[in-house]
Design a protein around this ligand. Structure first.
Ligand code: IMP
Length: 428
């Protein structure tokens, strides 16, 4: 296996950052393929906590090649802020951090419109991160988008920006009564970004092809999660890109090669930030317990995350749409201290049992989760490094999931630090 795609099984925030960090230690190339700085991937090394929004978390490991791929939308302001933080930490990344020339650029009007669209939606708002991600993808599809390569050519950027901005200003003024944005100011700002970006810009799909051809190990770091996928998630409460495994290849500029492992990252409970259905959400003390013990506050927006029991119906769906071949179960330690723990295996809707996640939104409020229940544990498992040393109750929980899904749990994270990981099976 030379490619490992890391996908979130639920609504994001599954703990993918630290799993990618673990895999990257024995990998060669780490790629982000979709999304932008709406993501927040946290890695804790020693006493230091790093949060990445754009740059692949593999950048912390010396010598690893890191790629911001074709399918991403990149806000240069956010990119250079991360570059600054890396420099401040003394992390050397020159000649190993690359940005796709095909990636799209998040412009100031995207950020502005993201907030204005949400206001317009009122009660039906999505609860976006406000980073301009949706409006940037909207322009990409409408073929108004500005790509990274355009920033390198003043005459091309000037010509492309002019009609788009005219249109955006029309919307800003007429629909939102917002003052127009200045063409000259944006052009100047983004040309300057182009000059600074130049050393990083490459045909990254070619770099990846060469890496694959020469047997390098490639980790594709999914952002968000299956249920936030534009096609396969809980539409319209989704992001505007494709966090599923096939989206990872598409966004990396790669085809469906045979030697791929799809590692699903699933948290031992479920969380969601933003609006939309969440059948196993807990509005009680257990929900609060999970949020506080699990530190479930958005890494990008600081918003408190909604928390609930692990939704196995969603997990089974994620298994199918991603063709997940193995699982990483994260934050298992957070469940410690509860008298009993549960996961949901089906929903009951008007007396009928649903084993698949319904995509009919009229059914979402009616889904009543049905649970498998297990005895809890009080032991602190964060020091455990071998699966056999986990308390019996913990193993019963893990193995019940494996039986239900028919897929092995190969990695288990039992604490926030890089080393707090139980490896049951090496992926490469
Ligand atoms: P957007 O991606 O900012 O347009 O937000 C759309 C939806 O995806 C909102 O519900 C966000 O809270 C959610 N979302 C976007 N990125 C992430 C992420 O990295 N983790 C969790 N939720 C996310």
């Amino acid at each position: 296996m030379s490619i490992c795609i890391v996908v979130g099984t639920h609504w994001g925030d599954e703990g993918k950052g630290r799993i990618v960090d673990y895999l990257s230690q024995s990998g060669d190339v780490v790629v982000r393929a979709q999304g932008g700085n709406n993501a927040g991937h946290t890695v804790i090394v020693g006493e230091k906590k790093y949060v990445f929004h754009l740059i692949p978390s593999g950048v912390l490991l010396p010598g690893k090649v890191c790629i911001l791929g074709d399918g991403m939308v990149i806000d240069p302001t956010a990119f250079f802020e991360e570059v600054r933080l890396l420099e401040q930490e003394g992390i050397v990344f020159q000649e190993r951090l690359f940005v796709s020339e095909k990636a799209h650029v998040v412009m100031p009007y995207h950020r502005l419109l993201d907030g204005l669209y949400e206001r317009l939606r009122g009660k039906g708002r999505i609860g976006t991160t406000g980073k301009g991600i949706g409006p940037a993808y909207e322009d990409k599809v409408a073929r108004w988008g500005i790509r990274v390569v355009d920033l390198l050519h003043p005459e091309i950027l000037a010509a492309k920006l002019q009609p788009v901005l005219e249109y955006k200003n029309w919307i800003l003024e007429r629909i939102f009564s917002h003052p127009p944005l200045s063409y000259e100011a944006i052009l100047e700002e983004y040309l300057a970004y182009g000059q600074r970006l130049q050393p990083y810009v490459r045909d990254t799909s070619r770099l990846l092809y060469e890496a694959w051809r020469t047997g390098k190990r490639i980790v594709i770091e999914g952002a968000q999660g299956t249920m936030l996928d534009l096609d396969h998630g809980t539409y319209p409460f989704v992001t505007s890109s494709y966090p599923v495994a096939s989206g990872a290849l598409l966004g990396a500029g790669m085809g469906p090669v045979a030697d791929v492992e799809v590692l699903g990252v699933c948290k031992a409970y479920t969380s969601r930030v933003g609006e939309g259905p969440f059948p196993t959400e807990l509005a009680d003390a257990t929900g609060v317990y999970l949020r506080e013990k699990g530190g479930e506050y958005g890494a990008t927006t600081g918003r408190p995350r909604r928390c609930g029991w692990l939704d196995g119906v969603v997990l089974k769906y994620a298994l199918r749409v991603n063709h997940i071949t193995s699982l990483a179960l994260t934050k298992l330690d957070v469940l410690g201290g509860l008298s009993m723990v549960r996961w949901c295996y089906a929903y009951e809707v008007r007396g009928e049992i649903l084993e698949d996640f319904p995509m009919d939104p009229s059914l979402w409020p009616l889904c009543r989760p049905l649970y498998r229940e297990f005895e809890g544990w009080n032991e602190d498992i964060s020091g455990v490094r071998s699966y056999g040393d986990l308390p019996r109750a913990v193993r019963a929980f893990v193995e019940s999931l494996e039986d239900f899904l028919g897929v092995p749990v190969v990695l288990i994270s039992v604490g926030p630090r890089r080393d707090d990981t139980i490896v049951r099976e090496e992926l490469w």
